[in-house]
Design a protein around this ligand. Sequence first.
Ligand SMILES: C[S@@+](CC[C@H](N)C(=O)[O-])C[C@H]1O[C@@H](n2cnc3c(N)ncnc32)[C@H](O)[C@@H]1O
Length: 266
Amino acid sequence: MNVLSAIAAPETLAPLLHVLSRNRFLPAPPPSLIFCGDGDFRAIGAEFLGHFVARGGLAPHERVLDIGCGIGRMAVPLTQYLDESGSYDGVDIVADGIGWCREAITPVYPNFAFHHLDLAHPLYNPEGSLPTTSARLPFADESFDFICMISLLTHLDMMEVGHYAREAARLLAPGGRCFATAFLMNPPARAALEAGGGALAFDPSAPGPVWYADPAAPSAAVAFDEDTLLDLFLRAGLRRRPGAEYGHWSGRPTPVFQDLCVFERG
Ligand SMILES: C[S@@+](CC[C@H](N)C(=O)[O-])C[C@H]1O[C@@H](n2cnc3c(N)ncnc32)[C@H](O)[C@@H]1O
């Protein structure tokens, strides 16, 4: 067992995550450049690395694709976990985020690459030239072992979610996993929202299957009926692993914010 495979063991992961959340020698974008995600850039990245390993079974030698990689919040901690035989590709529609990642990360970790996609999104890239549903991501079939979509589906419409589910199914090698976060509307989430504890203004009495926290800016926060979203992934060829963890966005007393799902290629 080498050092990195020892780190992947659950009992040794926690000290790594602790160090990653505090290590100010790791690059972080200046606050003025951070266009997505509140909270502590390093701590949240470290938290998600923990989820990738503990829930998604991510190993140091695997090939990772991060769809909606933003400004490197997941990539930075992954530089300390993936080894030279592993790789990371991040894609995003915000050119400034990709630019910062290319300058801050790739020169030091050449196995980390970042790709700009000029896709239209009302908030993140209003001038984008193509719809997401027409985007074939620039990678060959079965190129990845692990795909993450962190706080991405929460900004897309149903057609776009279905499209990325199919792209994930195309791009995953046999045994590959797709780790996604979402706001999944189901009876416990509705009950918690009705009790008034939710962090976002989704109307639990609305019929769905899609809810917007702010109807004036629909893509700011999107929730999906859980069965509908699972069906989109299932039809794409990805089955959810049992044991999803539900977040406290709806008011449920749980440690994570968004719901966490791991899908696997059948
Ligand atoms: C809330 S941010 C999360 C960023 C990153 N995953 C993280 O957790 O730090 C949502 C990201 O999704 C990206 N995004 C939105 N629509 C997209 C699309 N159609 N394809 C790829 N990325 C998209 C945005 O540009 C933004 O970087």
